[in-house]
Design a binder for this molecule. Structure first.
Ligand SMILES: [Zn+2]
Ligand SMILES: [Zn+2]
Length: 227
């Protein structure tokens, strides 16, 4: 069976063994070739920040970013990512998001299905109305295509730019998310996992976590494709 790699267009050769045919297992579909697969760097569970999940060796397994967040008054936040963000991932993201190639969700949606705990309430990061208008899809929804998720979060809240005196007020004013009242019951007392494509500065996911916590979620953690 010959197929083309969605990323480099080289053909993917799938050799099926007799043993496999006899096992009656459904063949796993590959969307990208082995060479492209190797260019994505998996975060293996040995050297990484215990909080944000970033790949590397850190003192007390806590990276500088996470220490800084804590010093700024934010509570510790745990997030896990499948891959380390590199140039190849950045190219993938450009093709998927900015060129709007929705089919590219297939490259990772199986891994999302395998790795996310479906007993938890899975909440994708929403995109703004402007982005939706341009892109026509939420890239996180695409990656979660095989999962049941809840669109609890709303974005587009007007940012208040006035200066505020104390830390708590400033944090509240940065908030860009709100909760869709219709789905409030889905998060109260529940373990929630926020799902995003890339963990960049960590601001977005922390703001989302803060509002979910304030509205009664029992625990909130994060999951992203890349960090
Ligand atoms: Zn390829
Ligand atoms: Zn960290």
């Amino acid at each position: 069976m010959n197929k083309q790699c969605l990323l480099c267009n080289n053909s993917i050769l799938n050799s099926i063994s007799l043993e496999f045919i006899l096992s009656l297992k459904k063949q796993q579909v590959d969307y990208i070739c082995k060479q492209c697969q190797r260019r994505f760097i998996l975060i293996k569970h040995d050297d990484f920040c215990n909080y944000c999940g970033r790949l590397g060796k850190f003192k007390l397994n806590t990276c500088g970013d996470c220490n800084q967040w804590n010093q700024k008054g934010w509570s510790w936040f745990t997030c896990r990512s499948i891959y380390s963000y590199n140039d190849f991932m950045s190219t993938y993201m450009k093709k998927y998001k900015f060129n709007g190639d929705y089919y590219l969700r297939k490259v990772f949606s199986k891994q999302f299905f395998d790795k996310l705990n479906q007993k938890e309430c899975l909440v994708p990061i929403p995109i703004s109305k402007t982005t939706m208008h341009k892109r026509r899809f939420n890239q996180v929804h695409g990656l979660m295509e095989n999962l049941k998720f809840q669109d609890v979060l709303l974005v587009d809240k007007q940012k208040n730019t006035q200066s505020h005196h104390n830390k708590k007020q400033r944090m509240a004013m940065q908030q860009i998310f709100s909760i869709d009242d219709r789905y409030m019951h889905l998060i109260v007392g529940k373990n929630v996992t926020i799902v995003d494509d890339v963990y960049t500065t960590g601001t977005t996911i922390r703001l989302a976590a803060a509002i979910l916590k304030e509205n009664g979620a029992k625990s909130v953690s994060g999951f992203t494709l890349a960090r």
